[in-house]
Design a protein around this ligand. Sequence first.
Ligand code: UN1
Length: 503
Amino acid sequence: MTAEYETILVKNGLSSLNKGKLKIHTPIDGAEIARIATHSVKDVDGIVAQSKEAFLQWRKTPAPVRGELVRLLGEELRAAKNDLGELVTLECGKILSEGLGEVQEMIDICDFAVGQSRQLYGLTIASERPEHHMRETWQPLGPVAVISAFNFPVAVWSWNAALALVCGDSVIWKPSEKTPLTALACEKIFEKAVMRFKEQGNLCPDNLLQVLIGEADVGQALVDHTDVPLVSATGSTRMGKIVGERVAQRMGKSLLELGGNNAMIVSESADMDLALRAIVFSAVGTAGQRCTTLRRLIVHEKVKDDLLQKLKSAYESLAVGSPLDSKTLVGPLIDKEAFTHMSQAVKQAKKEKGSVITGGERHNVEGLDGYYPQPTIIDMPEQSSVVQHETFAPILYVMTYETIEEAIEMNNAVPQGLSSCIFTTNVKEAERFLSATGSDCGIANVNIGPSGAEIGGAFGGEKETGGGRESGSDSWKVYMRRQTQTVNYSDELPLAQGVEFDI
Ligand code: UN1
């Protein structure tokens, strides 16, 4: 391990982690950076029991006071932004600017959740009976399991945790086994916030946040636990189908944020410079490893050749290299397996009559033994099988269209439904894309790429993306139990619907 890596670990309070069976490698050059202990299936019961105990106390804390803890968490994250951002880069390989952006996303959701802590609004409802009150109240739910993926190792946890905490829930976090170090660093940051919260004279239960490190079997025990009313899981559709089914078996709630296969329609009237920049960021950023990554370019046949030519030269000028280097725009894929999937997809695309416009291979970065991908564009005759599939790599498939109706149909003709966008200066096309007969995705943008959403909106998608919504808007409601309350303050007992039942 280099001195630079060592410094990043030390700054995050993670020095000399060299015991345990889980080996962590940085995707930058494959070096082992830590060994850590893992939990086993038999630990899960105890962890859930502790979480439940924490919940039983925490739910009694007034919501705005719970918000104060999250405010302090936001402050601690501000202080830790640079260090944690570097750790994100070291552990998952995204470029430093994106690592920092990810921590900013955490800060943003903390701010949002603090405001939300004073706005857990219910309703008062008109009762059909005289001298009766009806209302809808949102109550804390219980221990919430958060299963996060390697590609947003900390932000997605914070979307869930910040809201769950103000809603009165405790949190058990199972990070990806590829990125547990960032989770351990966040646990330490959270502990600092708890300490300051207590110094202010507030009560805070132990084990409000617990990090559970382990493989699929440990995750499964958590998912199956009946004392965990909500499982929020981010990852592949394959994983989500297993989690969703298991949680449904025990009638729990799940919040699933799964694969995307996001498209951009580029109309004849589009501002091509704008489109070009948006395409490159959203298709190549994070080395194509966002669930919101642009994977399908649906371009009007009249502008295709020109756009492809510009794209090709933009792609070939991109700096591929160490994500810690500020000039780099494309870092490594997470591991060898990810590169194998990329190669298989390129091979399959060729079989399906695609022609590779640029890229397709591993990029050799002098002195770094990581899996650096060449940003890849493949011209496809149609949205054949490989295009239907989410491959977590910087591969952009390009198809053409003639009419806007056809383009929208193509946008919707995949199993996933996360994000989508159109580049156009034609208001009719834009509004059609945003209408009930337009994009079928959870996110639909005009003149903005499909990735890089702000936290203020609800984040998530339809179909195989899993249907969950997290982060902004009213996503907080999933972390609470909705209760309909009716109070009779009369001397009579009128029954609803006029039913008579005299005894
Ligand atoms: C993910 O890839 O799981 O919209 C989340 C975006 C980010 C979040 C991506 N704000 O691209």
